[in-house]
Design a protein around this ligand. Structure first.
Ligand SMILES: Nc1ncnc2c1ncn2[C@@H]1O[C@H](COP(=O)(O)OP(=O)(O)O)[C@@H](O)[C@H]1O
Ligand SMILES: [Mg+2]
Length: 232
């Protein structure tokens, strides 16, 4: 579904991503791991087109999307849940969800499907509440729901557990697990919370200083080389 090959990216003179490659298949969850500041968010922004790449290629569903702006990638089925959530604080929960649907072609119905409330029941009771009045965990659920209403084929999640209480982390894990089980979506999950990623990932990639330093499948995620790159 997603193929990222040999991406380089710079912030001014600093070389932030160095020849990074990864791929995510349909029905699979790939965990992107690494300490603070190694380039995870930068990579996800390049994948979504929020940042341009200096070199390399991003392919989605077999097509080259490297030069497409984010909204065109969204229209093709890529969805992005940014780090820190970035929900619209002054819009209601319902309006936030409707914004998420704006990526869909105008020909398709823009009604919020009941399914999203099955995944996140709390949102149903809060439809009229302003996003900014929700707790951090509820905002994270709203941000994920906003991505899902677009019915994406790829969802990119940037540290969804950051600053969130344990009970809501469990709810979010359940949703990601369910999406994975459903098998029609590719999931790119960036995490610093190792146990959370280990529970959900089919494969993993570890970044260090902008480079991939380890990768493997689920069974290898507990390896010493992985832990070494994650411990602080
Ligand atoms: N907008 C920016 N301008 C300049 N440097 C940045 C910018 N955003 C991030 N950086 C730097 O790029 C590196 C990678 O950051 P980031 O991708 O946010 O890492 P991570 O998500 O892994 O914590 C860090 O050294 C960070 O300070
Ligand atoms: Mg980050």
């Amino acid at each position: 579904m997603l193929d990222v090959s040999t991406i380089d990216q710079f912030y001014g003179g600093s070389h932030t991503l160095r020849g990074v490659s990864l791929s995510v298949r349909q029905g699979e969850c790939l965990a992107l791991l690494g300490r603070n500041g190694v380039g995870k968010t930068t990579l996800l922004k390049c994948v979504m087109g929020v940042l341009p790449v200096a070199r390399g290629e991003v392919r989605f569903g077999g097509a080259d999307v490297t030069r497409l702006p984010p909204h065109q990638r969204a229209a093709r089925g890529m969805a992005y849940v940014p780090q820190g959530r970035d929900i619209f604080a002054r819009l209601t929960v319902e309006e936030n969800l409707l914004m998420g649907m704006s990526a869909r072609p105008a020909s398709q119905a823009r009604r919020i499907k009941e399914e999203v409330f099955e995944l996140f029941p709390v949102l149903k009771s809060m439809l009229g509440r302003r996003g900014g009045d929700l707790s951090g965990g509820q905002q994270q659920q709203l941000a994920i729901a906003r991505a899902l209403v677009a019915e994406p084929r790829l969802i990119i999640l940037d540290e969804p557990t950051e600053g969130i209480q344990p009970s809501i982390i469990k709810d979010i894990a359940r949703v990601i697990h369910m999406l994975r089980q459903r098998g029609d979506m590719a999931i790119l999950l960036c995490e610093q919370y190792f146990e959370f990623a280990r529970e959900l990932a089919d494969r993993f990639v570890v970044l260090s200083r902008g480079e991939v330093v380890a990768r493997g499948d689920r069974a290898a995620i507990d390896g010493e080389d992985v832990r070494r790159h994650l411990s602080v």
